[in-house]
Ligand binder design. Sequence first.
Ligand code: RIB
Length: 293
Amino acid sequence: MKVLVFGSLNIDLIFSVDHMVSPGETISSSSLIKSAGGKGANQAAALAKAGMSVYMAGKIGQDGTFLLSLLQSYGVNTDRVVRYEGATGQAIIQLDKTKQNAIVLFSGGNAQITVDEIQSTLGEFNRGDLIVLQNEIVHVKKIIETAKDRDLTVCLNPSPYDQKIEKLPLDLVNVFFVNEIEGAALAGKNAETPLPQVLDSLVGRFPGAEIILTAGKDGAYYGFKNIREKGSIVDMPVVDTTGAGDTFTGYFIAARNRNMPIDRALEIACKAASFAVSRKGAMEAIPFAAEIF
Ligand code: RIB
């Protein structure tokens, strides 16, 4: 089985601040770190660090060369990452003293992916292969439809959640990875709804799909038909939660690929995410297989 991540590559600029800036306010940051990110690239890195053979597709400018070098150093095949004349996607990340973040995205190359690039990339993947998608690039609908035409297993992390998600052919998705906010939105519930209820609603809405609902320090839930499982985090100091969900996604898929049962895969993915939040940054904070399995 080949795994293709068709998604975003971002340059993350992480500003450490006392509190999130308010409208009209100017604040200073105590540090600025430029690091590798983008939900797509982070998930490709997590899959590769977890020991899987991974292909990354997307688009970057010249300023994104270091992202490719880093992905390649983890063993990700980046032949399908296209370069263009403009800028790479960027994420302005405020990391406050409680270790929460707030992110502003500039799409850059993530918005310049073409339908021709989608068709030629997906032409190299076939039945039995798996594609992992997020909501930080253009043409996600086209990618899902083309992937399904080629009989790929489609995993969707509908993040960041916005109105575009409901316009996607969600009935074609085989596996959803959602956090509490995305899960509640997709289930049509409010943020106070107990997560087991959110999970049941998602299973009801998508009866053919596996649902993985991550819940921060409360671990993660799994639902498929009448199967329900729950995993717990490992207690680690929280330094930076950026990329924790991406780490979880990569490790869950890798654990399942090692034929681990659902409950064990949840534990592995929660453990990997716990390690990731104990380190600063996104892609570079993702642990390696030897630390987790
Ligand atoms: O999921 C974390 C990622 O979201 C960051 O790396 C940032 O680039 C944003 O895309």
